[in-house]
Write a protein that binds this ligand. Structure first.
Ligand code: URA
Length: 230
């Protein structure tokens, strides 16, 4: 019915209270690691995951092994968004578990964060073949999903990793070297958040000289976290 409009589908499910119809209780897929979250957040994350899984017109899905939805703590007030899964992520069904993920974990550790303290997702939920960059139309197709994902998580700090995430969420013609290291206030539904753009860890592996700029951004995140008391 709403096959081309996942957000309408989610609203529709909410409207008909599908949980009462299909099951008595939402399955809490996010309970692992004791991340007890509210039933409505669990339900909305589950609906979103299902809306992505149920897409009919997505070529990426045909080649991918797994959906890569998220990792980390859904209760966290800090959300990170990357570009798209690579081979390791596709294999494991989790974001940032390959080489870029190792560097991301080190970047987080440098400001005393880890995956249990943040929530991580990507603009695109399926691996593009040969790890190519997602096309404009793929980004357009997945943008409503990541936007809804942010709305559900309600982060106070949103970290966009790399230019694909920046161009998708903040603006198409922006250049990362000019945009990184600045706070941008943005609203996603009812969620008001402070957005910061920084370099993608895969880029930093290719251009290690830029790590000093990423360190400036990481310190800004650490300071914001302290000033917001999160
Ligand atoms: N690069 C990304 O942008 N996301 C991942 O999950 C892995 C690598």
């Amino acid at each position: 019915m709403f096959k081309n409009n996942p957000i309408k589908l989610i609203k529709y499910y909410n409207l008909i209270n599908h949980n009462l119809i299909y099951n008595n209780k939402a399955i809490n897929r996010y309970k692992k690691d004791n991340f007890e979250i509210s039933e409505s957040k669990t339900k909305n994350l589950d609906l979103l995951r299902r809306a992505i899984l149920n897409q009919k017109n997505c070529d990426l899905k045909k080649y991918a092994k797994n959906i890569v939805f998220s990792d980390g703590n859904p209760k966290s007030k800090i959300m990170l968004v990357g570009e798209a899964p690579g081979a390791s992520e596709d294999q494991e069904g989790l974001p940032f578990v390959g080489r870029a993920g190792v560097l991301l974990d080190k970047m987080l550790a440098a400001i005393k964060l880890d995956r249990k303290k943040v929530y991580i997702s990507n603009i695109i939920n399926y691996r593009p073949p040969e790890n190519r960059r997602p096309t404009d139309s793929e980004i357009e197709q997945y943008l409503p999903f990541i936007t809804k994902h942010i709305e559900i998580i309600e982060p106070k700090i949103l970290v966009l990793l790399g230019s694909t995430a920046m161009n998708a969420i903040i603006g198409k013609d922006l250049v990362i070297s000019k945009m990184r290291g600045k706070w941008i206030n943005k609203k996603f539904g009812n969620c008001r958040t402070s957005v910061i753009i920084t370099f993608h860890p895969a880029f930093l592996m290719r251009q290690p000289a830029q790590k000093k700029m990423a360190w400036i951004d990481l310190k800004m995140i650490r300071d914001k976290k302290e000033s917001l008391k999160i």
